[in-house]
Write a protein that binds this ligand. Sequence first.
Ligand SMILES: [Zn+2]
Length: 122
Amino acid sequence: MGGDDPHIHVEEKVVHGDAVARNLMAATFGLVGNLPSAVTTGCGVRVPYAMTSPRPDRVTCLACREHAHHTHLRFAEEVERLSRMPGSAISPEQGRLAADWHRDAARAFSDTDADEEGEGEG
Ligand SMILES: [Zn+2]
């Protein structure tokens, strides 16, 4: 794929590879400014990091929206399952909140033209 792709993609690791984790790493290990110049996207191409976003309202690549949708749903289930295991680092309550958040994100990624139709708003 050429470098003229106008779409905004999501990172392949839309959940785990977010900037929060990266900032944490930077703060811990002093790796400030070490953002990757290119990342692999949910649709399987390499794009500049600036051409990706974790935000549903920014991502215009349909394949990436679908990828993010499924990834968030899967992660919601995962985090709920993990939170119910004995000795888990997170409580069932925390797991439920996290799962809710990821389900919201999944829904946002599946709404491709919600603002046009205006259905289900409110
Ligand atoms: Zn994409």
